[in-house]
Design a protein around this ligand. Structure first.
Ligand code: SAM
Length: 346
């Protein structure tokens, strides 16, 4: 119940932030599903994902530039490897994903920072996206100050708590803050955004801006090797790995983060691994599957570069739907890795 009230509260908050009717429509669809209506609109994704070969153009919005491909909006920074769109539909998905994760993990963070947050510290949310985590943390901890950074302007620029600020930046190039600024850095779900080299550079930058003794927390799912995959889900996951390899991005970064943190100079590493149910057992499993499917549908243009028949949205959606059926039958789990570590105290 708490989960759904929070979810509805988010809806009304987003309602105030955007007048985009289509975005609200899709959010309400999600809510009616979460209230028990299991019917899927088969045209939901087909309407927004047309073949990769159609038009590309660019434009600017409030001084920020974007590029458009096949009716979807993307970042326009050639140095950023991120493969997902940054439009309202994707922002809605990421908002919803936040509530699902918080419900499944029963927490917004793992690092031992509760007393520090209460006292008042400076926090960075790296790759904050539409900033659901940043907002919620800002509201929960009014003595602390929260800074969100993202390559795209997908965060709210005007209506926000007084203790929350945002900047646009590529975390793999330069984080626009002085050395030793933050007491706590949080980063989640960048696996589709950073090449191998970007991970090294981003961790160097995050180390630089973290205060000595400060905490860093990085959370990612292992999307290559799910527990209890059947052949259909395995094809989907391993095709995604091939897509990532073709872009020089790591396929199992969730399992590599400890080594990468140590290489960057962090100490006192901790890991909490949680299996998340995919489309089985309870509401959280069903909601996670809805988000998973939505994410894969939004990724179709890059997945179709690996499997040409997936350029047809209906063929692709049919395949992804079959993965959901298999996940439910086999009781598949996605392993969620949450690490925290410290910059050595001087
Ligand atoms: C899946 S979203 C996750 C958002 C947020 N961390 C959350 O968990 O709700 C990934 C975000 O990372 C951002 N991103 C990807 N590559 C980036 C980069 N090199 N620098 C900054 N942000 C980046 C994307 O623009 C996107 O908003």
């Amino acid at each position: 119940m708490v989960f759904f009230s929070a979810f509805k509260a988010l809806l009304s908050r987003r309602d105030k932030r955007t007048s985009n009717a289509s975005s609200l429509k899709s959010k309400k669809k999600g809510l009616s599903h979460s209230n028990g209506n299991q019917q899927h609109n088969n045209n939901k994704y087909a309407a927004t994902n047309s073949p990769v070969t159609s038009t590309t153009n660019s434009s600017s919005h409030n001084g920020h530039s974007f590029q458009f491909k096949d009716g979807r909006r993307y970042h326009s920074d050639s140095d950023v490897a991120y493969v997902l769109p940054n439009d309202d539909d994707e922002a809605d998905r990421v908002h919803q994903q936040h509530w699902i994760l918080r419900y499944a993990l029963q927490s917004n963070y793992q690092a031992p920072v509760t007393d520090l947050l209460e006292k008042g510290i400076t926090v960075l949310d790296s790759g904050c996206g539409p900033a659901t985590w940043t907002f919620e943390m800002g509201e929960a901890w009014p003595n602390s100050t929260f800074h969100g950074i993202d390559a795209s302007c997908v965060f709210p620029e005007n209506i926000k708590p007084a203790n929350v600020e945002f900047v646009i930046g590529n975390i793999a190039k330069q984080i626009p803050y002085p050395d030793n600024t933050f007491d706590y850095i949080h980063q989640r779900l960048l696996l589709l955004g950073l090449t191998n080299e970007d991970w090294d550079n981003a961790l160097k930058e995050l180390y630089r801006v973290l205060k000595p003794g400060g905490y860093i927390e990085l959370a990612e799912p292992d999307l290559q090797d799910l527990e209890n995959m059947g052949p259909t889900l395995k094809k989907l996951q391993y095709t995604m790995s091939d897509m990532l390899i073709s872009r020089n991005m790591p396929t199992k970064v969730a399992c590599e983060i400890e080594d990468r943190l140590i290489k960057a100079g962090f100490v006192n590493t901790n890991l909490k691994m949680t299996p998340l149910k995919l489309n089985h057992t309870d509401k959280a499993g069903k909601l996670l599957w809805d988000d998973y499917k939505h994410g894969y549908m939004n990724m179709r243009p890059v997945m179709a570069q690996m499997v040409p028949e997936w350029q047809d949205p209906e063929v692709y959606e049919c395949f992804v739907t079959a993965c959901g059926v298999e996940a439910e039958k086999n009781r598949a789990n996605v392993n969620w890795y949450a690490y925290y570590a410290q910059k050595p105290a001087q």
